[in-house]
Ligand binder design. Structure first.
Ligand code: ZN
Ligand code: ZN
Length: 286
């Protein structure tokens, strides 16, 4: 039996990469049934300089990418947001003042939330905290933008892909404190690109998570963790950078290889790659 694979977080780039049509066709041919496609910042689509208009255009590009993936036969969750690394990029590369970066981030998150309400998008992401050292004002800006997304999640019940540092218990506890203070629903806040330690802590507190689908982590997670998480390729679709984390179709191949080698993993794998995905994204399983 071939395990159908849901990819909980990936990117597509019709300008600098293969684009969603090719990605979806390759992925589907390897057993893919679902992909959560997350928008890239405007610069990835050569929309510069960054501004609210550039972000709005980037969301348009991304929405077209999502419909290409749907036409290729995948179920798709279409997500857009304001990546925490954008805070640093806007200040360092484009000369924004910190408060201008904050204001732009707020506006983009508000805009995305409106599109989710209209049914154009399916969630906010990526928002969160830088996974590298930055200045304290910029870390706080990223956190405040994450909190704005949590408020929308609370008010509209929408899904948020959180990009965070990987500090296990601290990452989850710090995020949980903000979510609890704001009254955001835990089952809508996804710890994306979580290492196993962070995923376990998220699970203990009732949050969904997805673990990067590299060969090493796939093998570790399938063999050692209860099936509470999802798997993501975090494919970057940049022809200059290769797959970065994993190619969705290679990930699907590697999962099926592991399951073929050890039939005991079959049930766990289908929970992780089908049931959990269907539940978190509220889609019909294949
Ligand atoms: Zn990320
Ligand atoms: Zn990503």
């Amino acid at each position: 039996m071939t395990i159908m694979v849901g990819d909980a977080h990936a990117h597509s780039n019709p300008i600098g990469g293969l684009g969603a049509k090719v990605i979806a066709e390759k992925f589907k041919a390897s057993g893919g049934w679902f992909i959560a496609l997350v928008a890239l910042p405007p610069s990835a689509y050569k929309l510069e300089p960054p501004s609210l208009e550039a972000y709005i255009k980037a969301v348009e590009v991304h929405v077209s990418e999502c419909s290409r993936a749907r036409h290729a036969g995948l179920k798709v969750a279409c997500i857009a947001g304001f990546h925490p690394a954008e805070v640093d990029k806007l200040v360092d590369k484009y000369g924004f003042k910190p408060l201008q970066a904050l204001e732009l981030g707020y506006k983009i998150v508000d805009y995305v939330a409106e599109l989710v309400e209209k049914g154009v998008l399916d969630g906010i992401g990526e928002v969160g905290r830088q996974h590298y050292k930055t200045t304290s004002d910029r870390a706080l800006i990223a956190q405040l933008i994450l909190e704005r997304a949590m408020e929308h999640s609370r008010d509209k019940g929408l899904l948020v892909h959180m990009h965070l540092e990987q500090a296990g218990e601290a990452t989850v506890e710090l995020t949980d404190k903000a979510a609890a203070r704001l009254g955001a629903p835990k089952n809508k806040l996804l710890f994306h690109h979580a290492d196993p330690k962070t995923a376990i802590e998220a699970w203990k507190k009732g949050y969904p998570s997805s673990i990067p689908g590299t060969p090493k982590l796939l093998e570790y997670a399938l063999n050692n963790l209860n099936p509470f998480y999802m798997i993501e390729s975090d494919y970057i679709d940049d022809l200059k950078r290769g797959g970065a984390v994993a190619y969705p179709w290679e990930m699907a191949y590697n999962i099926n290889k592991l399951v073929k080698e050890n039939k005991n993993l079959e049930e766990k794998a289908s929970k992780i790659l089908i049931d959990n995905v269907a539940m978190v994204y509220n889609v019909e399983p294949p």
